[in-house]
Design a protein around this ligand. Structure first.
Ligand code: ASP
Ligand code: MG
Length: 446
């Protein structure tokens, strides 16, 4: 069994939905995970925001506009009356549902239900199209097996049991090397939470759906199809000359995804890594391109890629009491833990520690508690620039090479040695582009 995930642009228009068939129609058994059509989730977020702020007229206009878009997709996608009618019925029902929220108070749960509509629509539309052209497929409802627990973490055991039960209904044996087959289509991103309510795996979460399914079934391979030819050595939106990295280890990919390589959802590598299922990143526009394959195999002694993560806040914590004391860091970290705020980078000296976080959600409360026993300074608008690779034996040279490349850029923090896969520096976001360009030159000669 292979898992193939297609992102929003790959189903972004009737034309793309039709073109998708060439990539999914082989006889191999597979589960196809689809995102919402590009732009849809953003539009649904906008609708939900309008409803939250009780701008119901604005919400209605946005809903009408989105529905129009879908109506025109239907006209282009289907050429036979039965499928066109099915499509019309589907779109009408989903938009009636969305519109129903304009009638009374709007809650957080309802927002999640609205956000789920994009994937429900795209998968059903593709399924009807396949039916129209005579290809059998089965729509697997993700809400029947995708689930997160009380901590918003995916519940892999639940997913495995329920997905297998779901597949069994269709006589497919999902296990590696097993017989059976078929073409299954399911929704990315959406799930149920511990209370059984509709929820999601956060923005960009369709990748996560795919790797969770791949892990749950011990799939042969997980393919993530996007509109770029794999993971690049640097951010192609910012740096001119970049190239796709053909092979990555799970550790390298996890660091890159987390530290800003937008091509993958930050935590989606973990389930695949856990069950050692290879992940292949491929380009819908250029299906023959090699892309990137992420496996268990680590290639040693190399600098693989550079990524950057914006929106970082540096918190500098100083206390005279830290001098020769123990337990100080623990009391600092406990506060971040209590507010469920992960720390990305840390640097320490004898009397101070700097940490970075990527959200200001609980910042005020954290600062208030920290200030009870130390002095605190905060720098916002920072960027983590992270160099990823396998630095085992080449260690002596690596840090020097990186710092030399960055010699003209003011560095706020440097983190080295935390893992063999990552050297990170923190810079003011205004230096991000310069830092990425300098590293491209210094590390890759580009
Ligand atoms: N449709 C969702 C989003 O736009 C999930 C995804 O595309 O991965 O974030
Ligand atoms: Mg995506």
């Amino acid at each position: 069994m292979k898992i193939l995930k297609f992102g929003g642009t790959s189903v972004g228009s009737a034309e793309r939905m039709k073109a998708l068939v060439a990539l999914i129609k082989s006889d191999e058994p597979k589960i196809v995970v689809l995102s919402a059509m590009s732009g849809t989730t953003n539009a649904l977020v906008e609708i939900a925001n309008a409803l939250y702020s009780r701008e119901n007229d604005k919400a209605k206009k946005l809903i009408d506009a989105l529905e129009k878009k879908y109506e025109s997709v239907l006209q282009e996608l289907y050429s036979k009356t039965p499928s066109l009618n099915k499509g019309k019925e589907l779109v009408k029902n989903h938009f009636e549902f969305i519109r129903s929220f304009t009638l009374d108070m709007f809650t957080a749960n309802e927002e999640k239900s609205i956000l789920a509509q994009g994937e429900l629509l795209s998968t059903a539309l593709e399924h009807f199209y396949l039916e129209e052209i005579g290809i059998d497929s089965v729509l697997l409802p993700a809400l029947n097996f995708m689930r997160i627990d009380e901590n918003d973490e995916p519940d892999l055991q639940y997913i495995e049991e329920n997905l297998k039960a779901e597949l069994k209904k269709h006589n497919a044996l999902p296990l590696k090397g097993g017989a059976g087959g078929g073409l299954f289509i399911t929704q990315g991103y959406i799930c149920r939470n511990a209370f059984g309510e509709i929820d999601n795996l956060k923005r960009g979460g369709s990748d996560y759906t795919a790797t969770l399914i791949g892990a749950a079934l011990n799939a042969e391979e997980i393919q993530i199809w996007t509109d770029i030819d794999g993971m690049h050595n640097n951010d192609p939106r910012i740096v001119e000359k970049t190239f796709p990295v053909t092979e990555l280890s799970f550790d390298e990919a996890a660091e890159l995804a987390y530290f800003g390589a937008k091509i993958l959802h930050p935590t989606c590598v973990l389930p695949a890594q856990k069950r050692k299922v290879p992940v292949r990143l491929l380009n819908t526009m250029q299906p023959e391109a090699k892309g990137t394959v992420i496996t268990d195999k680590a290639s040693s002694d190399r600098i693989t890629a550079v990524a950057a993560k914006d929106g970082i806040i540096a918190v500098n914590i100083k206390s005279a009491r830290m001098l020769l004391a123990y337990g100080f860091l623990r009391s600092v970290f406990e506060i971040f833990e209590r507010y469920k705020t992960p720390i990305d980078m840390i640097t320490t000296s004898e009397v101070a520690v700097s940490v970075t976080i990527d959200t200001d959600k609980n910042l005020d409360a954290i600062l208030k508690e920290l200030k009870e026993f130390c002095s605190v300074e905060v720098d916002k608008d920072q960027t983590i620039v992270c160099v990823v690779g396998s630095f085992t034996a080449e260690k002596q040279g690596v840090a020097a090479k990186i710092l030399d490349a960055l010699k003209n850029i003011p560095l706020r923090m440097i983190s080295y040695g935390g893992s063999e896969n990552n050297v990170s520096v923190l810079v003011d976001s205004k230096y991000k582009k310069d830092a990425l360009v300098a590293l491209n030159k210094g590390l890759f000669g580009l």
